[in-house]
Design a protein around this ligand. Structure first.
Ligand code: G3P
Length: 214
């Protein structure tokens, strides 16, 4: 399973690159707004430290505007993935950008039917929002497991990049379903790394060792 970081904060990304836990990055307008930088500058800074796929979402939602922004961001590097909303303009942009050899992901996906359409459009990645499906009272990881089954049935090459991950159990349930990639915020990664029993175990080992030394 690949782990992408769901942030545009260069310091956060640097920390996890050094831990070997950053296979890629996802951003969106809300995440980029937090950094308060020009999108091209923010993504270029990330591209200096991340060699894996870096997802950037155009602000435009009209077809021409999407293409214009996509071509600008794609200049940053070959690992740039243009993140397109699951709307007709986004689906249409996938085909155009594919011809230009620009990778694409279809985001804001909330159902297996949307995921099927995204794959039909030829997107390299599909981004279902697990936490927000939960917020709506449905079962986010189960929905993504259905997408994984459908993609497996037809040997679909589009990669599933599950996002809107809120807790470690989302990651575990997605891993059990064989999902390709999760994109997680720092808070979830921190919780995945830590466990109170690990801390207690280290403390006990040191106490026992120090007893022996006296
Ligand atoms: O990449 C999408 C992710 O940032 C959305 O997460 O928690 O706002 O649903 P959340």
């Amino acid at each position: 399973m690949k782990i992408y970081l769901d942030t545009a904060n260069v310091n956060e990304i640097k920390e996890y690159v050094e831990l070997g836990l950053c296979d890629g990055v996802t951003t969106n307008p809300s995440i980029l707004a937090k950094e308060g930088k020009d999108i091209t500058m923010a993504i270029s800074a990330i591209a200096k430290i991340v060699s894996g796929p870096i997802n950037v979402e155009p602000i435009a939602t009209d077809f021409d505007g999407i293409i214009k922004e996509a071509e600008e961001y794609a200049k940053i590097g070959k690992n740039i993935v243009i993140k397109l909303p699951m709307i007709k303009e986004g689906l249409k942009a996938v085909g155009v950008l594919k011809k230009k050899k620009i990778m694409t992901s279809i985001t804001l996906v909330f159902s297996p039917s949307q995921a099927l359409i995204a794959a039909k459009a030829g997107a390299d990645f599909v981004i279902p929002f697990v936490g927000r499906v939960d917020d709506g009272g449905a079962y986010g990881t189960e929905m993504v497991a259905q997408i994984a089954q459908i993609y497996s049935n037809y040997e679909i090459k589009t990669k599933i990049l599950a996002a809107s991950i809120r807790v470690p159990m989302h990651v575990i349930e997605l891993a059990l379903a064989g999902v390709d990639i999760v994109s997680v915020p720092k808070s979830v990664l921190e919780t995945m790394i830590k466990h109170p029993y690990t801390d207690a175990g280290i403390k006990k080992f040191l106490e026992d060792w120090n007893k022996k030394k006296t």
